[in-house]
Ligand binder design. Structure first.
Ligand code: FAS
Ligand code: PHB
Length: 393
């Protein structure tokens, strides 16, 4: 016999999207249950994003989890684009008057988990077998199993915040769901090490050997990436080889500042652009990676999840506050309008900075022209800056 529960909102997924939604709804007096497939250690151990848009910082403050972010986050007023030995700084603050904050997604997730647990609101770990009943005209019903015991959760609405491999998007009927996808012919090999960063700001490098990114988590912890073949094997990349390749791709000046050390994390991730439409079906609302994926070149993945939650939390709060369904009915179109602009920027940054083509192809000439234009035009740099710091919600 299943254990029956009720909640206003059933949230599938305890990543940044699900946890942030839970906190914003709780502050609006709306109750929710967060169902997470993994355990706390696994969720807190994932190494993901590193750069928070201006709007993301504001949303985390609104959720009451901005304190440590402001204490430990690094405010960056620009970034650098490197082309061979040339480097062009993109001055966010001077061009668009905004900054970004470097603060790992791991830390954002820890802060949101702490807040949820402090509040006593339900956050169920190690949930198995989530299935969704989302019939027309009926309140949705979530089925799940914890420690072998079957549960069912009757709710008013479901938030599908269960990431790219979750069950929510797959519950949309095939005749309703339309997806758009581009898979890139390379991946990113990432390394995390407790060594000081090689530069004060992030450096995105287009090099003839391939793309490289110098990022960071703090003044003592660095995060680097190099473009690699899709079939690359991690065992072929001992730390020393990664450091040598980074020095080649970032150029001699930065190479001289690279401090090497043992990797505390090393992984290869594929790159894709992906969008699923619509982001709502009956009483199920998709948010974050459940609905869209971007190549990390534009630092948009986590930030897009946050903007979805900005729209969804306001729509659900308005419904319970004054019975209005207007924002719920417009959620999918509103969220997708911003998603597509972030997809475009992420695709553009990826196309401009990675090695794709043999040098004499038309596409290679277009890439070179794109970079020359960026290095020579304030207007081009302003366009990059306003997308990177985050377009308005
Ligand atoms: P998440 O995937 O973070 O969270 C979904 C949660 O749902 C997970 O905890 C999962 O365990 C749970 N779940 C899944 N199925 C479930 C089920 N059936 N039942 C219950 N729970 C379920 N973005 C950037 O901006 N910059 C980066 O550098 C960057 N690097 C990345 C590197 C990697 C390897 C990956 C995979 C992603 C990266 N991203 C990056 C994107 C990433 O940060 C996502 O955009 C962000 O995690 C999105 O948050 P959520 O939508 O909450 O999805
Ligand atoms: C990171 O620090 O993990 C990071 C930063 C910027 C990106 C991608 C990843 O564009």
């Amino acid at each position: 016999m299943a254990i029956s529960e009720t909640a206003q909102i059933g949230i599938i997924g305890g990543g940044p999207a699900g946890l942030l939604l839970g906190e914003l709804l709780r502050k609006a007096g709306v109750d929710s249950v967060v169902l997470e497939r993994r355990d706390r250690a696994y969720v807190e151990g994932r190494i993901r994003a590193g750069v928070l848009e201006n709007g993301t910082v504001s949303m985390l403050e609104e959720a009451g989890v901005g304190d440590r972010l402001h204490r430990e986050g690094l405010v960056h007023s620009g970034t650098e684009i490197a082309l061979g030995t040339r480097r062009q700084r993109i001055d966010f603050e001077g061009l668009v008057g905004k900054t970004v904050t470097v603060y790992g997604q791991t830390e954002v997730t820890k802060d949101l988990i702490e807040a949820r647990l402090r509040s006593g609101a339900p956050l169920v770990w190690s949930v198995e077998g989530v299935t969704i009943e989302n019939e027309e005209g009926e309140k949705p019903l979530l089925h799940y199993v914890v420690d072998g015991a079957p549960h069912q959760l009757r709710c008013d609405f479901i938030a599908g915040c269960d990431g790219f491999h979750g069950v929510s998007r797959q519950s949309l009927p095939a005749e309703i769901l339309k997806t758009y996808e581009r898979v890139y012919p390379f991946g990113w090999l990432g390394i995390l090490a407790d060594v000081p960063p090689c530069a004060h700001e992030l450096v995105y490098a287009n090099h003839e050997r391939g793309f490289a990114l110098a990022s960071m988590r703090s003044e003592t912890r660095s995060r680097y990436y190099i473009q690699c073949a899709l079939d690359e094997k991690l065992e072929n990349w001992p730390d020393e080889r990664v450091w040598d390749e980074l020095k080649l791709r970032l150029g001699p000046e930065l190479a001289a500042s690279i401090v090497t050390g043992p990797a505390i994390e090393k992984s290869i991730a594929p790159l894709r652009s992906f969008v699923a439409t619509p982001m709502r079906y009956r009483n199920l609302f998709l948010a974050g990676d459940a609905a869209h994926i971007v190549p990390p070149t534009g630092a948009k993945g986590l930030n897009l999840a946050v903007s979805d939650i900005h729209y969804l939390s306001r729509a659900l709060s308005a419904f319970y506050r004054d019975g209005s369904r207007a924002l719920l009915d417009s959620y999918s179109d509103t969220a997708l309008a911003r998603v597509w602009k972030a997809e475009r920027f992420s695709w553009w940054m990826t196309s401009m900075l990675h090695k794709f083509h043999d040098e004499d192809s038309f596409e290679a000439r277009m890439q070179a022209a794109e970079l020359q234009y960026l290095f020579s035009s304030r207007a081009a740099q302003t366009a990059l800056a306003e997308n990177y710091v985050g377009l308005p919600y």
